[in-house]
Design a protein around this ligand. Structure first.
Ligand SMILES: Cc1cc2nc3c(=O)[nH]c(=O)nc-3n(C[C@H](O)[C@H](O)[C@H](O)COP(=O)(O)OP(=O)(O)OC[C@H]3O[C@@H](n4cnc5c(N)ncnc54)[C@H](O)[C@@H]3O)c2cc1C
Length: 394
């Protein structure tokens, strides 16, 4: 494992720093000042702010870093992507807002889509002119995605789709979705699905926001009632949608660059300990040191996964270990940040006595979802047992 960066990578780092020094100051003050009130995450104002920032990043050439140049990306190396994530996290600025689109819908279209689909969808996605979401999960199909019940029936050049998706993050402001549909009811369940691109504004699509325990409504139920999807919107072969979806999940789970985010979390917790006068409490100090150690364990496990990729291998079980342990670490540290606040931990945003405008309360509640999204902790442990330890398939 070599921890140094090449001259080219360091030059890229400087380019990002120069850009950030000119542009980050345009971000609203509430983005940086923990004590200032932010708009609700599901509010239009927050969404519009995200799109404006995304477009600035795009104009600077910082969106779709790993996408090939021919599709409008930067064709950046893996290490350049790491450098970018590091610099963004150091500066504590937001990344591109069309995250699901750039992170996994686009790469899925690049890997499995037709030339027409690439020409039609990739550029508006990169520019955030069209926002994307993911319509995989259903009430009876989450961990067991192959149990998808949304049904498609062929009608000439179209598929007529009926069914329900759930947990559609950002569905309420999305223009397009990636979708899996059961098209071959007679086939074994893994071979009966087809992958489509769904126009979220098509007649028959209804999006109903779900209110979460954080108070926000970032997820949705998506209902499809006789929605007509043209056959040109099919991605990959008919009946092979499950395997295309597995490709999407690979992109979803291969997040890099979260290490600096964890370092920021520790720094903020140390600051919180000082502000709450808990920094002299030996048990608090022990706990913070322990989380610091564990944060480094996650970081170096992530670097091992990165090192494998740089040697042309798959990220391996290390990336799953990093994901499972990192998500649980996030829950435990958020929980501890609440404990440090004592009785103030009960106060959420809008209370004038809430610490940091209730930001810790939000992250404590939101972190419960961390061990469910991108696969639950149990599913990740199953994968580690099977692929990492060679235990039999469950
Ligand atoms: C914050 C958040 C955002 C999300 N965003 C999206 C999105 O944008 N689009 C989308 O399509 N989906 C999204 N999801 C859904 C997510 O992918 C599913 O919630 C997840 O895959 C789990 O499925 P489930 O909720 O149906 O739980 P289930 O699969 O029903 O699991 C219930 C419990 O049983 C356990 N379990 C299930 N199978 C096994 C097994 N084989 N072995 C051991 N234990 C098992 C699970 O670990 C869990 O504890 C999101 C979820 C969250 C929390």
């Amino acid at each position: 494992m070599d921890f140094s960066y090449s001259a080219k990578e360091e030059a890229f780092r400087q380019e990002i720093r120069d850009w950030l020094s000119k542009n980050a100051k345009e971000l609203p003050r509430w983005w940086f000042d923990r004590a200032l009130k932010r708009p609700d995450l599901d509010a239009r104002e927050f969404h519009d702010f995200g799109i404006r920032w995304h477009k600035k990043l795009y104009d600077a050439g910082f969106v779709g870093l790993n996408w090939p140049k021919e599709y409008g990306g930067r064709g950046a190396t893996l290490l350049e992507q790491v450098v970018f994530s590091e610099e963004m996290a150091h500066a504590r600025v937001p990344g591109p807002s069309n995250q699901i689109g750039i992170g996994w819908c686009g790469p899925t279209i690049i890997a499995f889509g037709t030339e027409e689909q690439k020409k039609r969808f990739l550029l508006p996605m990169l520019k955030a002119d069209e926002i994307w979401c993911q319509g995989f999960s259903e009430p009876e199909a989450g961990s067991d995605l192959a149990n998808c019940q949304t049904k498609g029936v062929e009608d000439g050049d179209y598929w007529v789709v009926n069914g329900q998706k759930v947990w559609t993050s950002g569905g309420h402001y999305s223009d397009w979705a990636i979708l899996i549909v059961r098209t071959e009811p007679q086939a074994p369940k893994h071979r009966g699905l087809t992958f489509f691109l769904l126009d979220m504004h098509a007649p028959g699509v209804t999006v109903r926001p779900l209110r979460q325990m954080t108070g926000g409504a970032e997820f949705n139920e998506t209902f499809m009632d006789n929605v007509r999807i043209h056959k040109s919107m099919q991605v990959g072969e008919r009946g092979r949608g499950f395997y295309v979806a597995m490709g999407t999940l690979e992109f979803e789970r291969s997040g890099i660059g979260a290490a600096i985010g964890r370092e920021n979390q520790i720094k903020d917790m140390v600051q919180l300990a000082k502000e709450t006068g808990k920094n002299k409490d030996p048990l608090v100090r022990q706990k913070l040191a322990q989380y610091f150690i564990e944060g480094n364990v996650v970081k170096y496990t992530g670097l091992r996964a990165l090192s494998r990729q740089l040697h042309g291998l798959t990220p391996g079980p290390e990336s799953m270990v990093m994901s499972a342990f990192g998500m649980e670490w996030n829950q435990r540290t958020s929980d501890f940040a609440m404990q440090m606040q004592g009785p103030y931990s009960r106060l959420i945003r809008d209370s004038k006595y809430a610490v940091d405008d209730g930001r810790w309360q939000y992250s404590f509640l939101r972190s419960r979802g961390n061990t469910i999204e991108t696969g639950t902790s149990e599913i990740k442990r199953n994968v580690i047992a099977q692929r990492g330890l060679g235990l039999p398939r469950e």
